[in-house]
Design a protein around this ligand. Structure first.
Ligand code: IFM
Length: 452
């Protein structure tokens, strides 16, 4: 890669390039057309839960602006759009009657994408559990697993023939750990044993949904998306190495090992002790359904110090506005490790991107840091592919600025700027770079251009 962020690798012709969003973060229309409440609607009302006191009531108003947003996506020249379905929009209480008006929105979205030549990649669960299910215990209640399977089957029945892929869960670690252990995300619970049980139920619901969708002949590719932040010891000391191994067992292997190897990692079980989840006979066989793909959300590495003394950026790496280190080589290393330890499944980068403080002037945003971040990570993917990893696609997080959970609207991840007052969208320089990069990739593939 040179200083203009030109990437000289040519990706395979069927490599899937995309942009990603999620329902709660962009849709708004929180109480429209019969939509039920979600745990995030509730969490946003908890004083102090969201940094800027905001909520998802309007967000990017995508529910009303979807057609123009799809035109914008088409203009970027991507192959695929990854979005999530709001469970309470299509089944307001998580059980009982389906909400046809809510389903009609996703019908329009899916058909609108296909009309524009863009592949719909659906995520079923991107964190917005119907509040009515939370009132019955939420993910800590094993019954929720069955409600999720019903939801997955209905979406599979309606969209499975048109969607490119259906992902069960986005980042179950966040749901379990931030939602139920640290309590910093919805539903705001602080209980380590419950968090471990929730993680098990999420995995079980994933496996059961995959099994049920396949039994019904669902045509879409089926998989799961994990946030995989590789862990590194802060120093060469034995304590830091040990702490990094335990952290890795909690964050990466906790979700990968049950799916691929039929067990939880012993290091994490030892650390959990009495807080380890209750696993019923046969659960691991259900969880271990074959994946058509594994989605990886990569943003940064985690550096682990046994004494908790490590400071992000102390080794000279730049930080994003989230305070996360820019560490593209971590992505290459992660992909090669996955290729080695969990072979046989195509890997997709389902999220990668960065929040930076943007300035908009006359509709222009010169987000050089974000452009460089994206280019460096695409290059990191290319490096992993050159060394043998099987990667099927890459998606930028995010299409546009949106509700960044507990950070509210203060952190901007979009390659498109959103003015939340007027809802005007403006392509940032990073979006223009991505669009031009994709154009060039198409030319390189067809032999009409020379590598940079
Ligand atoms: O905005 C989130 C997204 O919902 C899940 N992955 C990480 C992103 C950035 O924090």
């Amino acid at each position: 890669m040179n200083s203009n962020n030109d990437i000289d690798s040519t990706f395979p012709p069927d490599f899937l390039w995309g942009v990603a969003t999620s329902a709660f973060q962009i849709e708004g229309a929180a109480a429209e057309d019969g939509k039920g409440r979600s745990i995030w609607d509730d969490f946003c009302r908890v004083p102090g839960a969201i940094v800027d006191g905001s909520n998802g009531d309007v967000a990017c108003d995508h529910y009303h602006r979807w057609a123009a947003d799809l035109d914008m996506i088409k203009g970027l020249g991507v192959d695929a759009y990854r979005f999530s379905i709001s469970w309470p929009r299509v089944r307001p209480t998580g059980e009982g009657a389906w909400n046809e008006a809510g389903l009609a929105f996703y019908e329009k979205l899916v058909d609108g994408l296909i009309e524009r030549g863009i592949k719909p990649c659906i995520t079923l669960y991107h964190w917005d559990l119907p509040s009515a299910l939370q009132a019955k215990g939420g993910w800590a209640n094993r019954e929720t697993v069955h409600r999720f399977v019903e939801y997955a089957l209905e979406i599979g029945r309606r969209f499975g023939d048109r969607a490119e892929s259906i992902t069960t869960h986005n980042e179950p670690w966040i749901v379990a750990t931030l939602g139920h252990e640290t309590g910093t995300f919805a539903p705001g619970i602080k209980n380590r044993a419950m968090a471990a049980q929730v993680s098990h139920h999420l995995l079980l619901s994933h496996g059961l949904a995959l099994q049920a969708l396949r039994e019904r002949g669902c045509k879409a590719q089926l998989g799961i998306v994990l946030n995989l932040s590789p862990t590194y010891p802060a120093t060469d000391s034995a304590e830091d190495h040990k702490a990094a191994k335990v952290a890795d067992a909690h964050l990466l292997r906790w979700y990968l090992d049950p799916i691929f190897h039929g067990r939880y990692p012993q290091e994490a079980l030892d650390d959990l002790g009495a807080d380890a989840p209750k696993v019923e006979p046969g659960d691991f066989a259900l969880i271990g359904q074959k994946l058509d793909y594994l989605g990886i959300n990569y943003y940064s590495r985690s550096v682990i110090s046994a004494k908790g003394q490590w400071k992000a950026g102390s080794q000279g790496h730049a930080l994003t506005d989230m305070g996360w280190e820019v560490y593209p080589q971590g992505l290459t290393e992660l992909l090669l490790r996955l290729h080695r330890d969990y072979p046989g499944v195509p890997l997709y980068i389902t999220e990668n991107g960065a929040a930076f403080k943007d300035q908009i002037t006359n509709g222009l945003v010169h987000d050089a840091d974000r452009t460089r971040y994206i280019a460096e990570h695409i290059e990191a993917v290319a490096q992993a592919m050159k060394q043998g990893a099987r990667i099927g696609g890459y998606m930028v997080w995010s299409l546009m600025d949106n509700f960044e959970w507990a950070s509210g609207y203060e952190k901007r991840f979009g390659i498109v700027h959103v003015d939340y007052e007027s809802q005007a969208r403006h392509l940032k320089d990073s979006a223009r770079w991505y669009r031009d990069f994709l154009k060039r990739q198409r030319m390189l593939r067809s032999g009409a251009a020379q590598p940079a």
